[in-house]
Ligand binder design. Structure first.
Ligand code: NAD
Length: 258
C-alpha cells in the first residue's frame, strides 16, 4: 500500500527529546514516508536530537533559535531546497510566571513569551516562503488555554491565543498558493515544556478524568493527526484548530461534578 507522505519533505522545529510532541509527530510523518530536516535550540539539546535523527529518514539537523531572525535565516540557507511542510512545536515562558496570577506577568516575559511562542510562526513562514512548494502544509501546536482560563497557564494562554489567530491570518495570506496553515490543540502531555506549568501533574490527571475518552493522550495520537494535516487528506482544511485532546474541550461540566 502507498504511504500517505511518500515524496514529501519538510521541517520540524521543536524536538528537545523523545518525549517531545515534535518527536511524536516526526516519527509518525516518517513512518508514512516523509523525509525531514530537524533543528535543535542549543548545543545541550543537539546531543538529544542527533541520535533521534538516526532513527528516521532525516535530511539534516541544524541549529535554530527562533528568537533570532539571523538564526532562522541561517536555517533557511542551510536547508536551501523545496519543502512541503513545516511543523512549529516551540514555546517558552519564564517558569516563575506559570504559577500564581496572570496579573503579575512582567513586560519582559510577556514580550519574550509572545515572541518565541507566537511571532516566530509568522517570521518562520515569511522567511521560508521561497522554499515552500505550492500546496505545502504548515502547522503549529496550541493548547486549550488559548480559549479559556486554565489554571497557571497565564501568559502562555495569551501567547497561544495570538498563535491561533496568527494561524487564521496566515491561512489567508498563504491561501493563494494553496498553502494551508493549521493548528493542533493538544491535551496536556508530560514533556519538558509541559512540566514547567505549575501543578501540571494535577492538570494532567484532571484532563483524563474529565474527557470523553478517559485515557492518557499519547505522542502517537498527536502524530497521527499531524499526518492528516500534512497529507492531501486535509487538502480542503486551512485556518483550522484541530483539537487532539481526547475530547476534553467538549465537556463543560462532567456528570461527577453536578
Ligand atoms: P518540549 O519541551 O519537548 O518542546 C518545546 C520545544 O521548544 C523544545 O524543543 C525547545 O527547545 C523549543 N524552544 C523553546 N524556545 C526556543 C527557541 N527560542 N528557539 C527554538 N526552539 C525553542 O515540549 P512540548 O510539550 O513537546 O512542546 C511543543 C509544543 O507543544 C509547544 O508549542 C507547546 O506549547 C505545545 N503544547 C504542549 C502541551 C503539553 O502539555 N506538553 C499541550 C499542548 C500544546
Amino acid at each position: 500500500m502507498n504511504k500517505l507522505l511518500e515524496g514529501k519533505k519538510g521541517l520540524v522545529i521543536g524536538i528537545a527529546n523523545d518525549h517531545s510532541i515534535a518527536w511524536g509527530i516526526t516519527d509518525n510523518l516518517c513512518k508514512e514516508g516523509a523525509q525531514v530536516f530537524l533543528t535543535y535550540q542549543n548545543d545541550s539539546l543537539k546531543k538529544r536530537v542527533e541520535p533521534l535523527s538516526q532513527k528516521i529518514d532525516c535530511l539534516g539537523v541544524f541549529p535554530c533559535d527562533v528568537e533570532s531572525t539571523e538564526s532562522i535565516e541561517a536555517l533557511k540557507n542551510s536547508i536551501n531546497t523545496k519543502i512541503d511542510f513545516i511543523v512549529h512545536a516551540v514555546a517558552y515562558s519564564d517558569k516563575n510566571e506559570l504559577s500564581g496570577k496572570y496579573l503579575n506577568t512582567s513586560k519582559e516575559n510577556f514580550l519574550k513569551t509572545l515572541h518565541i511562542s507566537s511571532f516566530s510562526l509568522t517570521e518562520i513562514t515569511k522567511i521560508f516562503m521561497p522554499l515552500l512548494n505550492d500546496n505545502a502544509s504548515i502547522m503549529a501546536l496550541s493548547y486549550y488555554g488559548a480559549k479559556k482560563y486554565m489554571q497557571s497557564y497565564n501568559v502562555m494562554g495569551v501567547a497561544k491565543a495570538a498563535l491561533e489567530t496568527s494561524i487564521k491570518y496566515l491561512a489567508v495570506d498563504m491561501g493563494d498558493r494553496g498553502i494551508r496553515v493549521n493548528g493542533i490543540s493538544a491535551g496536556p502531555m508530560r514533556t519538558l515544556a509541559g512540566a514547567v506549568i505549575n501543578k501540571s501533574r494535577q492538570i494532567y490527571s484532571y484532563t483524563i478524568n474529565n474527557s470523553p475518552i478517559k485515557k492518557a493522550l499519547t505522542l502517537d495520537d498527536i502524530g497521527k493527526s499531524a499526518v492528516y494535516l500534512v497529507s492531501d487528506l486535509s487538502k480542503g482544511v486551512t485556518g483550522e484548530i484541530l483539537y487532539v485532546d481526547n475530547g476534553y474541550n467538549k465537556i463543560g461540566m462532567s456528570l461527577e461534578e453536578v
